[in-house]
Design a protein. Structure first.
Length: 131
């Protein structure tokens, strides 16, 4: 859907095709809603088991909130913020939100041991991201 304008967006995500992630060759991406004025983009990101692709989600404008929700699997990342570096192991059903001044960075050699599907808002876990 290209517009919200007070109208609900309703569809079955199974009807949307998976596409190649823009910068991570083995990853898949399913856009649920594009970036719109005042609204960040929303996507599903599918990371294969054992992926060691670099992850970096830079800090953005303080008015934009970024978040992710782990639908299934695991994701190993670090939060780099004003208070230092905090490694986190995210698992299924975990929600993470952050604001300006913090960024997510892949932790270690593998970002996902068993694979991961995440709902990403305002990013697609991509160093060159503009979602």
């Amino acid at each position: 859907p290209s517009e919200v304008n007070g109208e609900p967006i309703l569809f079955n995500a199974m009807d949307k095709p998976w596409q190649q992630h823009p910068s991570q060759p083995a990853w898949l991406l399913k856009e649920l809603s594009p970036t719109q004025e005042g609204l960040p983009g929303v996507s599903l990101v599918n990371i294969p088991a054992g992926s060691s692709a670099p992850v970096r989600v830079p800090s953005v404008d303080e008015r934009v909130r970024q978040w992710l929700y782990i639908v299934s699997g695991d994701l190993s990342i670090e939060i780099h913020g004003k208070d230092g570096v905090a490694p986190i192991e995210l698992r299924e059903n975990v929600f993470l939100a952050w604001r300006n001044g913090a960024e997510l960075v892949g932790a270690g050699s593998s970002v996902s041991q068993g694979g991961c599907v995440a709902i990403c808002v305002g990013h697609v876990l991509d160093p060159a991201d503009s979602a």
